[in-house]
Write a protein that binds this ligand. Structure first.
Ligand SMILES: Nc1nc2c(ncn2[C@@H]2O[C@H](COP(=O)(O)OP(=O)(O)OP(=O)(O)O)[C@@H](O)[C@H]2O)c(=O)[nH]1
Length: 353
């Protein structure tokens, strides 16, 4: 299943972007408002910080609308925003109510940066706010009353814990939905969508490390008659049986998936076409030799396979699938239960079945 951190970050992007845009608007408006209020009370330095924050947020808003690097802009917002908040609470003329803004830190950090970085940044800035608080107020101040302190501490802890728990469970639900969306229900194998994600990642790796990559497209032969003769349930069992055979026989680094119906695909990483043909033929032989029975009767299974190689037959999944499919139908036309690789001139002739 594809729970690569990049995939999860990508999934979270639309809602993080929506939260960031909302926050930027709030910061622009709040900055203007508080700038005016503080200027009218003579706290001009604070007003300048607030107006600068508004201007900065307006610029970020323009950048965020078209960016492909949302995480960078989130950090470019969070650090100055939280730092301005720390300056505001450290200002001797600011009222104690300004500490209320600290409650936003865990909420905003988790919504924008997820559970890990969100928690780290929350704890850091809440710690800084605590140090500022202890430096600003004296034991004799009313705000240092144990009940007031308990209120503030418990409220901050609650919001931090709730934000974190929410983010952890949101991420879990997202992983589960992703797993369901990328898995074939019957066989438990990856479906086309997961095959595509895997292919894109392995294609980049193959070109970086200058390694070959091959694709097999396999189709069970005369599967309609398996269903007709033994029943649809037996057909389902045969598909699950074949999926298990693929799981057992392939390397952990390869990926077998169900393309649809009785058609399956395998991506063989670091594998040239010659080796891929050998692997395909071993699988074909294993299926032919397999002993699957229904009511004491053997279910005859065989498959036809088309093989294609990255770079030779195309540079994207669509082209490789088309090339392998074409060879698969050649295998069907030639009598089934065989592997058809790239044109024979590309191959070691002893490998063709
Ligand atoms: N039991 C079961 N059958 C399926 C499933 N998906 C597709 N099939 C059946 O697979 C059969 C495919 O039939 P065809 O496309 O005619 O192919 P075939 O009989 O395998 O013949 P060739 O591919 O030409 O060798 C159809 O009867 C489908 O109903 C499934 O999930 N379960």
């Amino acid at each position: 299943m594809d729970t690569h951190p990049d995939t999860l970050t990508q999934l979270a992007r639309p809602h993080r972007k929506a939260v960031l845009v909302a926050l930027l608007w709030i910061t622009i408006l709040a900055g203007i408002l508080f700038g005016v209020l503080n200027a009218s009370k003579g706290a001009l330095a604070l007003s300048v910080v607030e107006w600068s924050m508004s201007l900065y947020s307006a610029l970020l808003l323009l950048a965020v609308r078209q960016t492909h690097h949302l995480e960078r802009w989130i950090l470019a917002y969070i650090f100055p925003f939280f730092t301005a908040m720390m300056i505001a609470i450290a200002t001797p003329t600011a009222t104690v109510t300004v500490f209320g803004w600290v409650l936003l830190i865990p909420l905003v950090s988790h919504l924008l940066l997820g559970r890990r970085i969100g928690l780290g940044i929350s704890l850091f800035f809440i710690g800084v706010a605590l140090v500022i608080f202890l430096n600003r107020f004296d034991v004799s101040d009313a705000v240092m009353d144990p009940r007031s302190l308990a209120n503030m501490v418990i409220l901050t802890a609650c919001i931090t814990v709730f934000s974190h728990v929410y983010e952890v469970s949101r991420e879990r639900s997202e992983i589960e939905l992703l797993r369901m969306a990328q898995t074939d229900f019957l066989t438990g194998l990856p479906n086309r969508s997961r095959i595509k994600v895997f292919f894109e990642r392995e294609k980049s790796r193959a070109s970086r490390e200058q390694q070959p990559l091959s694709l097999l497209v396999m189709d069970l032969d005369y599967f309609k008659s398996v269903n007709d003769r033994f029943g649809h349930e037996a057909g389902d069992r045969a598909l699950v049986f074949f999926a298990d055979l693929l799981r057992q026989r392939l390397r952990a680094t390869d990926l077998a998936g169900r393309l649809g119906g009785e058609e399956f695909g395998v991506i063989l990483v670091n594998t040239s076409i010659n080796t891929a043909v050998q692997v395909a033929d071993d699988l074909r032989q294993a299926l032919e030799d397999a002993d699957l029975q229904q009511d004491g009767q053997p279910i005859p299974l065989s498959m036809s396979v088309g093989v294609a190689e990255l770079g030779v037959d195309g540079n994207n999944l669509q082209d490789l699938l088309a090339a392998a499919d074409q060879r698969l139908y050649e295998a069907k036309d030639n009598g089934r239960n065989q592997v058809v690789p790239a044109p024979v001139s590309c191959l070691d002739p002893s490998l063709t079945h």
